[in-house]
Design a protein around this ligand. Structure first.
Ligand SMILES: C[S@@+](CC[C@H](N)C(=O)[O-])C[C@H]1O[C@@H](n2cnc3c(N)ncnc32)[C@H](O)[C@@H]1O
Length: 262
């Protein structure tokens, strides 16, 4: 499956296609230039994670460097707090929430505090090193727990909300379908699945070119969010009410899928 998902390019071809020098000024470029080839296979993670994102999410040394609020702030052009707040605006204190992938920095502890002691936060991530980091951050919050799982098979829990923050642009399209369907399955009637992610910016957006370059070199699955609505990845889209807001000249989006009441 992985070969097909990677447009018939082998992992070696994909790595060789990364013109890291173009991205030298960015954190991603610096780390990619420094560490373009995976040094150790991590068992039971999806092929795309091992092949494309080893340097960012699996290499323990880089994870230690990158797992900080300032990094997410830089990657999201200073809009991280604003976007995080837009996601949290959809979630009420006391609710149960599934977060289907770890986010670097303070995202999960902030969400745990937002939910409060009567809420429940379940975070999953497919990478063991990410699970360990997130567990450490959430240790002070008894309302939160972290498990290793793939977002396409998030378990059997049913939640008031699912908060999917910048995961979809990193996964191949076949996987996007699986993940979107699996997350939609996890909410109660009236419950919301919240996707915050990239979106096609306005044609005159000053950051469109650099974003396009970064996507073409480092994020091969991101541009499908420029071409398709998130709703289009859902098999049972008609069972939900969909709402979309875009931010920062269209570079980012929040999509809410709210399960219709029975
Ligand atoms: C949420 S995304 C990116 C978030 C944000 N850009 C950041 O800088 O943290 C990153 C996480 O997704 C995880 N991940 C990738 N594919 C996954 C999958 N299929 N299931 C669960 N977690 C996944 C990675 O292990 C990584 O921890």
């Amino acid at each position: 499956m992985d070969r097909a998902l990677l447009n018939n390019r082998t992992p070696d071809q994909l790595r060789a296609s990364i013109p890291a020098r173009i991205l030298a000024p960015t954190m991603a470029g610096i780390l990619t230039a420094y560490d373009v080839s995976p040094k150790g296979a991590v068992s039971e993670v999806p092929a795309y994670l091992q092949d494309i994102y080893y340097w960012a999410y699996l290499n323990p040394r880089n994870v230690e460097l990158l797992d900080r609020e300032s990094v997410v702030k830089i990657l999201l052009w200073g809009r991280h707090k604003h976007l995080r707040q837009k996601a949290f605006d959809e979630i009420a204190p006391g609710q149960s929430v599934l977060q289907p992938a770890h986010v670097y920095g303070e995202f999960s502890p902030t969400l745990a505090r937002h939910l409060g002691p009567s809420g429940q936060l379940d975070v999953i991530d497919v990478a063991p090193v990410q699970v360990a980091n997130c567990r450490r951050k959430l240790a002070p919050y008894p309302q939160a727990s972290v498990h290793r799982a793939d977002a396409s098979q998030p378990g059997t829990g049913i939640y008031d909300a699912v908060c999917c923050y910048f995961l979809l642009h990193e996964i191949p399209d076949d996987y996007k379908h699986l993940v979107v369907d699996a997350l939609l399955d996890r909410v109660v009637p009236g419950g919301k699945v919240i996707f915050v992610d990239y979106h096609k910016p306005h044609w005159a957006h000053p950051l469109k070119l650099i974003t396009s370059l970064v996507f073409d070199t480092l994020e091969p699955f991101a541009k499908s969010l420029w071409r398709s609505e998130i709703m289009e990845f859902a098999k049972n889209a008609d069972q939900f009410n969909w709402r979309k807001e875009t931010y920062f000249g269209g570079l980012f989006q929040k999509v809410i899928a709210q399960r219709q009441e029975e």
